[in-house]
Design a protein around this ligand. Structure first.
Ligand SMILES: Nc1ncnc2c1ncn2[C@@H]1O[C@H](COP(=O)(O)OP(=O)(O)O)[C@@H](O)[C@H]1O
Ligand SMILES: [Mg+2]
Length: 307
């Protein structure tokens, strides 16, 4: 199986704050594979290590065990082949919205004229609804607007891999819907690969080809990669009428409210560390499952508790 982004027994531990204390192992033995052009999201409880995984892919954080690869290169540092949208925007505070986007566009296409850079940057700010605010500095923009500048900047450089860490959390529902649609439009017209963290199960179902489910930390792992077997193009208003929609949704909610913790407890209680390699040394990736109808039973209460 050819994966474009993949990890091999990836692990990350932070040293203890106490002298002589045990390291805090965020995740270990993580084997994740993302195919070229795939849209993969990752769901898991706060603190399980999602942002850390994304930062390793971005080349911003070093793993403490194993390795991660982009194509056949080991990921060691950031590069223009990857664009990142952070959970909290990361704009240059002394530059306007337009200049923030132009800065990235210039780095990506150094041969472009100033006019080309500006036209291209304005186009992407306009896509996220900021045409009238391009000259404002970050402190003159609301949190949601700043986040949209970060999204415009990431979309504008048309990177091969788009990494997004809960990018739409700060946006109102209407704006979120518009930008989700724009993201899908951009993604479906290119061979861009997307890895996105979200806490919103509906967003994950609407956007993803597969959803990685991470157990609670410490020693978090990817328990499953759920295939979203719903036809594209998807429409937020009609997707709920797809026969498989609620089975998939219930499966995700059940994971979040119950199984993510149970699986962590099971792991903590077992002596043997399960290293997911098969006899011939091939990596075994998490099973890909399509939730069946039966799993949708008895979960209404759990969903109500969660949502
Ligand atoms: N620089 C750091 N030093 C120590 N612990 C950290 C550091 N960064 C993250 N952590 C810890 O690693 C765990 C995973 O963090 P994170 O990847 O941000 O989780 P998530 O994105 O899933 O909420 C958390 O318990 C967090 O406290
Ligand atoms: Mg996070």
């Amino acid at each position: 199986m050819e994966y474009y982004v993949r990890t091999e027994l990836l692990g990350k531990a932070f040293p203890s704050e106490k002298k002589g204390g045990d390291d805090y192992v965020v995740f270990e033995d993580l084997n994740v594979g993302i195919r070229k052009g795939e849209f993969v999201t990752c769901i898991g409880h706060s603190g399980c290590g999602k942002s850390t995984v994304l930062n390793v892919f971005a080349g911003l954080e070093k793993a403490t065990a194993g390795a991660s690869f982009l194509g056949n290169r080991v990921i060691e540092s950031p590069g223009l082949d990857r664009a990142v949208v952070f959970q909290n925007h990361s704009l240059l505070p002394w530059r306007s919205a337009l200049k923030n986007v132009e800065f990235a566009v210039k780095a990506r296409w150094p041969q472009w004229s100033a006019a080309e850079v500006e036209t291209h940057s304005r186009k992407f700010l306009s896509l996220v609804g900021l045409d009238k605010s391009v000259d404002r500095k970050p402190y003159q923009l609301s949190g949601g607007m700043r986040q949209r500048v970060g999204i415009a900047r990431a979309f504008a450089i048309k990177s091969e891999l788009l990494l997004m860490d809960e990018p739409f959390g700060a946006l109102d529902a209407l704006t979120r819907g518009v930008i989700q649609d724009e993201l899908v439009r951009i993604w479906s017209h290119t061979d861009q690969t997307v890895f996105m963290i979200t806490h919103d199960v509906d967003e994950a179902i609407l956007l993803s080809d597969r959803i990685l489910l991470m157990t609670n930390g410490p020693r978090a792992r990817v328990a499953e990669a759920v295939v979203v077997d719903l036809p594209r193009p998807r429409n937020r208003a009609t997707i709920i009428h797809e026969p498989k929609y609620y089975a998939t949704r219930n499966h995700l909610v059940d994971f979040l409210v119950r199984r993510s913790q149970e699986l962590s407890d099971d792991q903590a209680g077992s002596d043997a560390r399960t290293v997911p390699t098969s006899v011939d040394g091939e990596l075994v990736y998490p099973p890909e499952i399509i939730p069946g109808e039966s799993e949708s039973a008895n979960l209404t209460a759990a969903m109500a508790a969660q949502c």
